[in-house]
Write a protein that binds this ligand. Structure first.
Ligand SMILES: *Cc1c(COP(=O)(O)O)cnc(C)c1O
Length: 381
């Protein structure tokens, strides 16, 4: 007999939770419900189902059985009552932010969020008459000082995905709650395996599921997790209105990706620590960026001791095991140098406030010894 008062184990969530094999002819893997709508045997049944698009298979923009299994697993992973899956991480952040504030109100966002979160806050909120401030999130006092009577939402990202600054989520959540301010935290970097912001008092947890949750670099998707009341509010609002939903096939791919989340993350984290140790000891490495324990995942940055952009490009071009690409959190290791966003790699054009030699590595599932050997040969030249 299982004790229903205990939350399901990680293993139970990834392998079984939300799945009812009697519903689909005992197939071990749930089918892809590739359908836009669902038919009913009577008007009365249809009417009843239409009242609960959140929970019933009625129309796929609202609910679809392939997506619903995923929703249940994601909510359980974050320890929240419910979850929504969206067509991208950017869509999840946009739905959470636009669904939480209106004209005349004010949003506080951490200083260095994900680039498109910054664009949303900086360029789109003012168009809707919503004021904003970017503040140094590493200081809870700085966040407190930015609170106005009109502040309704705090946008957090801890750690961020380039230089890994963190916020004291528990302290910030408690302070926000006192002021009646909603908190939203982008938890893509840690995944729910390393950090569960809702347990620290955060109201809404967002993910770019494109990263660790799917983990195979073949789906772009986003997730929002929170209380059922909050998730239902966002469902009736931006979710149904903007319609940024995942395709059933993508939900199915994500289910497959989730099966190995624990294994993948352990491997990436373990390999990342080996790569970090190697980089820290290398004379051509000026510094490394990595979150404080135990938050570190498979994404890290370091500064190459180089005076010209060309040296950095040469290093990156020589890597064989690391693909030159944006994004992260997939099975494959990636490298992304800051110089990739500077016009012609020109050092003088660097107005990012970050060192020219900053290089980000996403450590995938390859043999860490091969990754380190690859870095070693590229650094040797
Ligand atoms: C990638 C990313 C996003 C955006 O997610 P998409 O799935 O690409 O839309 C948001 N936040 C963080 C921290 C990310 O790394």
């Amino acid at each position: 007999m299982s004790d229903t008062s205990l939350p399901p184990s990680l293993s139970a969530i990834l392998n079984h939770l939300g799945e009812d094999r009697s519903q689909y002819r005992r197939a071990v893997t749930p089918p892809i419900y590739q359908t836009s709508n669902f038919a009913f045997e009577s008007v009365a049944v249809m009417r009843a189902a239409g009242k609960n698009e959140f929970g019933e298979a009625f129309y796929t923009r609202g609910n679809n059985p392939s997506v619903e299994i995923l929703r249940r697993k994601l909510a359980a992973l974050e320890g929240t009552e419910d979850a929504l899956v969206l067509s991208s991480g950017a869509a999840a952040m946009a739905a959470a932010i636009l669904g939480s504030v209106r004209s005349g109100e004010h949003v506080i966002c951490v200083q260095k969020p994900y680039s498109w979160t910054r664009v949303l806050v900086r360029d789109w909120l003012p168009r809707l008459g919503i004021a904003f401030d970017f503040v140094d999130g590493s200081s809870t006092a700085a966040i407190a000082a930015a609170i106005r009577p009109q502040t309704r939402l705090l946008v957090l990202e801890s750690p961020n995905s380039l230089t890994f600054e963190t916020q004291d989520l528990a302290a910030v959540a408690a302070m926000a709650r006192e002021h009646g301010i909603r908190t939203l935290c982008d938890n893509s970097y840690c995944s729910p395996l390393l950090q569960r912001p809702a347990e620290l008092g955060i109201d809404l947890v967002a993910h770019s599921a494109t990263k660790y949750l799917n983990g195979h670099s073949d789906v772009v998707a986003g997730v929002l997790c929170g209380s059922q009341a909050l998730i239902k509010e966002l469902f009736r609002g931006p979710y149904m209105t903007f319609g940024a939903i995942p395709a059933p096939f993508e939900a199915w791919l994500m289910l497959r990706g989730l099966r190995t989340l624990d294994l993948r993350l352990r491997r990436s984290c373990d390999s990342a620590r080996q790569v970090l140790a190697f980089l820290r000891a290398h004379p051509r490495v000026r510094r490394v960026w990595y979150p404080p324990e135990p938050l570190g995942s498979g994404l890290l940055s370091f500064e190459l001791d180089a005076h010209e952009g060309a040296e950095i490009e040469h290093f990156c071009d020589r890597l064989n095991c690391f693909l030159l690409a944006v994004s992260w959190g997939g099975h494959e290791s990636l490298v992304w140098p800051l110089v990739a966003v500077l016009p012609d790699g020109n050092a003088q054009a660097n107005r990012t406030g970050l060192p020219l030699g900053l290089i980000r590595l996403s450590i995938g599932l390859e043999d860490p010894a091969e990754l380190i050997a690859d870095l070693e040969q590229a650094l040797a030249l």
